[in-house]
Ligand binder design. Structure first.
Ligand code: KG4
Ligand code: ZN
Length: 356
């Protein structure tokens, strides 16, 4: 089975082609990601209108490039998958329309993939992880702990009640005068910083359940910066704040994840793996904390290669393949969904608002 996957829900225009056989052998034949970071950098964050326009301009070209990289023509495809949501609706519409046009022109099935499901299932492609597993998804748009029992069978154990963790990295970086996206420069600055210099809160640590909260931490960073002597921030202040912030985030995510492991084990006693995905999974301090926790709990930690942790087309092609294998596909009347929770039955987390 050869499937094209298209991802346009945030600030990456991406397309990939995967070939997968019945014996579980799969190969990424092409993987093209066009990042819009430069277009959004002047604004210090993603501007939805800018994103939609860029997707419209580049989607066709990125798809064509992926097909060329795979050395295939469209009539060799068995199906086409695109992110159907959740995400910035302008971009999602562009990807869905592009995929539907290919499906209609070549009479092949179309699969509308939930972006979060794409992240959730990637480790099955890259690390051949078996169901069930616990997923920690930490990116610019999501902070979730999910139990993944099968394709389409998810229970949300925790989500953020305010900001996503990547957003907290980005906003903190902005306050410190570091670039966008904020994760990488914060991690770099933290290496030369003293994590004990600023006393920052660990929101929700020790509280029942495994939700996250990051807005209070962000506010505390602002207060601590405002309390410094007036004038330009000194390099040491920036490094110490980056280290203190990263330590707080690592502590909180570590504690929430440990709690989720215990809850997850009650549901699935023989579960063995924690999967971490999303852009923040690139953070080395977080990864080593998660390694400590999983080894103490007798679990394995699986992290897809970084390129496939952040948004990409391969995760969409792969989720499409998983759905097609179960005989599932979507009609061309599928309507893009700005919100599309993986676990629609999850009780609403207080203040969770727009976070799916
Ligand atoms: O998954 P992703 O590429 O896009 C979505 O949000 O879906 O994640 C981007 C986020 C940004 O907020 C960025 O600051 C964060 O991931 N990030 C990091 C690191 N690299 C990227 N956060 C912490 N440490 C990093 N090394
Ligand atoms: Zn994502």
């Amino acid at each position: 089975m050869i499937v094209l996957g298209i991802e346009t829900s945030c600030d990456e225009t991406a397309a990939a082609v995967i070939r997968s056989d019945d014996n579980g052998r799969s190969e990424i034949l092409a993987d093209v990601v066009l990042s819009q970071i430069e277009a959004h950098r002047p604004f210090g964050g993603i501007v939805p209108e800018v994103a939609a326009r860029a997707h419209l301009e580049f989607a066709d070209r990125v798809v064509k490039q992926a097909m060329a990289q795979a050395g295939l023509s469209f009539d060799q495809l068995d199906a086409v998958a695109a992110t159907g949501g959740p995400g910035l609706i302008g971009g999602v519409i562009v990807g869905v329309m592009t995929a539907k046009a290919i499906a209609a022109a070549y009479t092949i099935p179309f699969v509308a993939v939930n972006h979060l499901e794409g992240h959730a299932l990637t480790a099955r492609l890259t690390n051949r992880v078996e169901f069930p597993y616990l997923l920690l998804l930490v990116s610019g748009g999501h902070s979730q702990l999910l139990s993944v029992r099968g394709v389409g069978d998810y229970t949300r154990l925790g989500t953020t009640i305010d900001d996503a963790v990547g957003e907290a990295f980005d906003k903190t970086a902005k306050m410190l005068g570091l670039g966008y996206p904020g994760g990488p420069p914060i991690e770099a600055a933290a290496r030369s910083g003293d994590a004990t210099r600023f006393e920052l809160p660990r929101p929700l640590r020790g509280k029942p359940g495994c939700h996250f909260s990051f807005s209070g931490l962000k506010a505390a960073v602002k207060r601590a910066i405002d309390a410094l002597p007036p004038g330009e921030l000194q390099a040491q202040d920036v490094n110490d704040m980056a280290a203190s912030f990263q330590a707080a985030v690592t502590d909180v995510i570590g504690e929430r994840t440990k709690r989720a492991i215990h809850i997850f084990r009650e549901q699935c006693p023989d579960a063995k793996t924690l999967v971490v995905a999303g852009g923040v999974a690139a953070n080395t301090a977080l990864r080593s904390r998660l390694e400590e926790i999983t080894s103490a709990e007798g679990m394995a930690l699986a992290a897809p290669p970084l390129r496939l942790c952040t948004d990409n087309g391969a995760m969409i092609a792969w989720a499409g393949i998983e759905r097609l294998r179960l005989g599932q596909s979507d009609g061309l009347d599928f309507a893009p969904r700005p919100r599309w929770p993986l676990d629609p039955d999850a009780p609403k987390a207080a203040g969770a608002g727009v976070k799916a």
